[in-house]
Design a protein around this ligand. Structure first.
Ligand code: TA6
Length: 300
């Protein structure tokens, strides 16, 4: 009698088949000279879901995140394009973060001299995107892993015959020992939109550093290009810098996580979003033109 696959063999086969689905692939960048320094990009949405520096994870992903491509992973660095926030033409935060049409155009490559690794991902317009947003574009996303820093670069090309505009966000979820212990510097004196309040009032920030101990959803418009998030594991901090992005967003859903099926219990204490964003002014991209932005995270 021929061999019949046991149930565990079937499960293994199923798992391996899932791993073979290129749209569910995880692309891993490993630094050539720093022990256990890596970055992992999940191909659904080209979502960076891990950034380890000397073995220490800096990025939060919910234990209840969905990995089958049916919705964006809860956590990581979702790419909000072509819209940040609620969108009349499609899903909140746009279609890029949930798209399974991303391609790897440069597999991870290590610079022999520095050990730095980089990879490039592209999302171009398709029937699916044009149904929502009838524009011809290429969104090119470069991830550069250095010994202590991670550089994220986006270049949006308008390959159509008419101008378009966009808003954008690197919606970064940081992994923290306890969100109430974290501090964010360099926001004092800025005006922020408080989206937790009726009517989204404009408020002047008086806290320096900012500490989060409740539901927080603040958009700091036209903010300085650097801030520092401290209170991470082992006492480290991360310097956040941005170029081509006007705003910072600070978000913690707090007890609203109870309404989020893909957030585990007490996740609000383990994560804090500080997001390099273009929201306060729509970015114009002329026909044949390009819009670029970058965001660098540096452990210090
Ligand atoms: O960046 C903050 C925010 O815009 C919040 O208003 C909240 O909606 C969050 O993004 C998460 O949005 P999501 O669609 O991922 O649940």
């Amino acid at each position: 009698m021929g061999n019949t696959a046991s149930s565990s063999d079937t499960r293994r086969l199923k798992k391996s088949n899932m791993n073979e689905d290129p749209t569910l692939r995880k692309v891993i960048l490993r630094h050539g000279k720093s022990n256990d320094t890596s970055a992992t990009v999940f191909m659904v949405g080209a979502t960076l879901v891990s950034w380890k520096v000397d073995g220490k994870e800096k990025i939060f992903v919910s234990n209840k995140a969905i990995w089958d491509g049916t919705k964006p992973v809860r956590g990581g660095v979702p790419i909000c394009f072509p819209n940040f926030g609620p969108w009349n033409d499609g899903p909140q935060h746009g279609f890029a973060r949930s798209s399974k049409e991303w391609k790897v155009v440069q597999e991870p490559q290590v610079d022999q001299a520095t050990g730095d690794a980089h990879a490039v991902f592209v999302l171009a317009d398709s029937d699916a995107t044009r149904k929502l947003w009838n524009k011809k574009f290429e969104l090119r996303y470069t991830v550069i892993l250095k010994t202590k820093s991670l550089q994220l670069i986006v270049d949006v090309s308008n390959s159509g015959r008419e101008a378009f505009d966009l808003t954008f966000c690197f919606h970064t979820y940081f992994k923290v020992p306890r969100s109430t212990e974290c501090r964010i510097s360099n926001l004092k004196g800025l005006t922020y939109t408080d989206k937790t309040k009726e009517g989204w009032p404009e408020v002047v920030e008086t806290r320096d550093p900012l500490q989060v101990d409740k539901f927080t959803d603040s958009v700091y418009a036209k903010a300085p290009d650097t801030c520092v998030l401290s209170g991470l594991a082992d006492g480290s901090s991360i310097k956040l810098s941005k170029a081509g992005l006007d705003d910072w967003v600070v978000w913690n859903p707090w007890h609203n996580i109870s309404k989020m099926s893909d957030m585990h219990e007490d996740a609000h204490l383990e994560m804090l979003c500080v997001e390099a964003t273009q929201n306060s002014r729509r970015a114009n991209v002329y026909a044949g033109g390009k819009w670029s932005a970058s965001h660098t995270l540096t452990v210090q």
